[in-house]
Design a protein around this ligand. Structure first.
Ligand code: GLU
Length: 312
């Protein structure tokens, strides 16, 4: 069934109204900046592979990318080293444990298992070919901009708030290093990882990130190829397995779309070959997923029958 633009706009508006009616969850507060973001913010954006954008709600509010940055750095590492090398050095398994779990590391000989948890993301950052810290950071920021838009920038305020409190991540970086699974200075890896989490993006930008994956690696807004076609399926597979923390299996079961969320309240889901749907709202459930973003995306995906496992 095909839908008119007006019907799609009505659906997206309806989803945001539904989202706003939900008052469950709470802002992340282990990063002081995130605790202060207005909880009522709520937006939903869809970008199609032809560049069409339909959105509703707070879609131009800049929020912290956080864990979703892991998708960009994983993609960049695959571009530089090949997907198979990323699987070999970092992994392609869900941990089934929280994103900053030390136990997930210690029970697997300090191997991170996936680039989509903190340990794996720092290992991924360290794995990139870079001469020094600033060039490592610049290539990551540039890649985020290429997957989204030139407007994506580092927030000094978010970054300071995270760098001042990231003691747990620093400990993880040293554990990785001790086991030979951090490929640059561990404090450099941790600092650059923390910066990559601290860029500000809008819900429209996040939908563009997903649409770049849906569109076989070409950003549908800029028309530029950012990721090689061969890396798209492994990226989406990693997102399916680990994209929504310990709810990833449930999300596959209920919605059937690869996705990635961050503790800033963003969540993007990819419909390969078609579009991406991004939701944003700060209150999170107990594992770290935006409660409203999940509701909104689930509603749209069900209405449009987008489940990738559906034979219809
Ligand atoms: N910067 C956050 C951290 O390292 C990101 C966590 C997330 O969004 O899952 O804890």
């Amino acid at each position: 069934m095909t839908y008119s633009k007006d019907q799609l706009q009505a659906l997206v508006d309806e989803a945001v109204t539904m989202g706003r009616q939900c008052h469950d969850g709470a802002n992340a507060d282990y990063i002081p900046f995130l605790a202060g973001v207005p909880s009522e913010l709520c937006g939903l954006s869809i970008v199609w592979c032809d560049g069409t954008l339909i959105h509703s709600g707070d879609c131009d509010y800049g929020f912290a990318l956080e864990s979703i940055s892991k998708v960009c750095s994983m993609a960049l590492a695959m571009e530089q080293k090949g997907a198979e090398m990323v699987r070999e050095k970092i992994g392609a398994e869900p941990t089934g444990l929280p994103f900053n779990s030390v136990m997930a590391l210690t029970t697997h000989q300090d191997k991170p298992l996936t680039p989509l948890v903190n340990a794996g993301a720092m290992a991924t950052v360290s794995f990139l070919d870079a001469a020094d810290k600033e060039s490592r950071w610049r290539m990551i920021l540039k890649f985020q901009q290429q997957m989204m838009s030139e407007r994506v920038t580092l927030s000094d305020e978010v970054n300071q708030s995270e760098q001042d409190t990231n003691f747990h991540n620093r400990a993880i970086a040293w554990l990785l290093y001790a086991a030979g699974n951090c490929f640059c200075d561990p404090m450099e890896a941790c600092e650059v990882y923390t910066r990559q989490c601290s860029t500000l993006v809008t819900c429209d930008d996040l939908a563009t990130l997903g649409a770049t994956l849906a569109n076989n690696g070409t950003n549908p807004i800029t028309g530029k190829q950012v990721i090689q076609s061969e890396n798209i399926t492994p990226i989406l597979a990693e997102m399916t397995m680990e994209g929504l923390y310990e709810f990833s299996g449930d999300w596959a079961f209920l919605v059937g779309l690869p996705g990635k969320s961050g503790v800033g309240g963003g969540l993007v889901s990819v419909v390969p070959g078609k579009m991406a749907i991004a939701g944003f709202s700060p209150p999170l459930d107990e594992v770290g997923n935006s409660v409203r973003a999940m509701r909104m995306i689930r509603h749209v995906a069900n209405q449009l029958n987008l489940n990738v496992y559906s034979p219809h």
